[in-house]
Design a protein around this ligand. Sequence first.
Ligand SMILES: [Zn+2]
Length: 236
Amino acid sequence: MKMNIEKMLEYQASDQIIYKAEQAFSSSPENRRYSQIVAKINELRATVIKLDKEAADIRKDIEKKEKQLEELGIQAERSVAQMSDEKSLNEINRNEEIIKSFEDGIDAADKEFFKAVKRLEDIEREAKQALVEVKRCNTDLEKSKLVLQKKRAEMQAELQDEVMKRKAIQAQLDPADLEIYKKVRKENIRLPIMVEYVGGTCRGCGMHVENDLRGKIVESGDVAECPNCRRILYLK
Ligand SMILES: [Zn+2]
């Protein structure tokens, strides 16, 4: 594969200046702050959804417990009513035991019922609190967005000349060469992506790749992909 190395390197040099400025913008405290707020909002929203689901489950559970309590109450009343009909002492004792077990059951169910109601109240409070925080974060986000917009505009103004320069060089390139470059560039490989092939070694990753590239990269202007880091290797 052949390439107009000189022109492509000129393009890359300009591209690299723009890339560095973009990277600096991405890792700026202003951009990090913005991302943090977005992450916080997402986290809070997920919490609210989780709490809502838990609350729905508890409400169902409370309904079930109410029915259970009602049922136990009816059974206990029935046993009390039977008491007056019982004749022998044994039967009376047995019935008292049954009533006692119903009462214990009601007590236990009552306790669980109140525990569930208490958790439901807690959930409502937690969800409310989370929503207040979301509101606060949204205000922060708006402020942060303005700061970021200003910074982006500043960066774009500073880069304006370089962007024009890159465009001018691009107009002189062979579209096929540029396509190869852009394909690698899209893969988020750290620039420079066009690196010199010297003594069988890739200048990008430092790997000795002579065996892989034998015959592919022979004379000046030849290019080949580094099998290790995927950068474009060229021979001067
Ligand atoms: Zn490499």
